[in-house]
Design a protein around this ligand. Structure first.
Ligand code: FES
Length: 124
C-alpha cells in the first residue's frame, strides 16, 4: 500500500498516514478527524478544504468552479493524495469558497470546467 502524510495546519499541524488510493475524507474520518460531508460523490461542496501544499487528484469532483480550484479548494470525498499534503479544514478554510455573485461575479473562464471558456492568453 502506498501512503502519504497529511498535515492539518489549523489543527496544530496534526499528521495522518493515508492510503494513496482512498478518498481523503474516508482516510481522515477513519482516524478520528471530524470533517463534514454530504453527498460523498463530489457534488455538494460540503467537504471542501483548502490545500496549502502538495498534489491531489480530484478529477471526479463536479462541485467546484475553476476559481475555487485555483484558490486551492479540494473536494475531500473524491480527492486522492498524490504526494504528502498540507490542508486547512473546516470553516476557517472557507474564506474564499463562497462569493457574493453580485459583487464578485465569475469571469467566463472561472465557471465550472464543462461550461468555462478558455482563459484569455495575451499574444505579443
Ligand atoms: S460530501 Fe458532497 S462534495 Fe464531498
Amino acid at each position: 500500500m502506498s501512503t502519504h502524510t497529511i498535515t492539518i495546519a489549523n489543527r496544530e499541524n496534526a499528521t495522518y498516514e493515508v492510503d494513496a488510493k482512498k478518498p481523503l475524507l474516508d482516510s481522515l474520518r477513519d482516524q478520528g478527524v471530524d470533517l463534514p460531508y454530504g453527498c460523498k460523490y463530489g457534488g455538494c461542496i460540503t467537504c471542501a478544504a483548502k490545500l496549502l501544499d502538495g498534489d491531489i487528484n480530484q478529477k471526479a469532483q463536479v462541485a467546484l468552479n475553476n476559481r475555487q480550484i485555483n484558490d486551492g479548494y479540494v473536494i475531500l470525498c473524491v480527492a486522492r493524495p498524490q504526494s504528502d499534503c498540507t490542508f486547512e479544514i473546516g470553516v476557517e478554510s472557507h474564506d474564499k469558497l463562497y462569493r457574493n455573485p453580485f459583487f464578485d461575479p465569475l469571469k467566463p473562464h472561472e465557471l465550472k470546467a464543462d461550461i468555462a471558456s478558455r482563459a484569455k492568453v495575451s499574444s505579443q
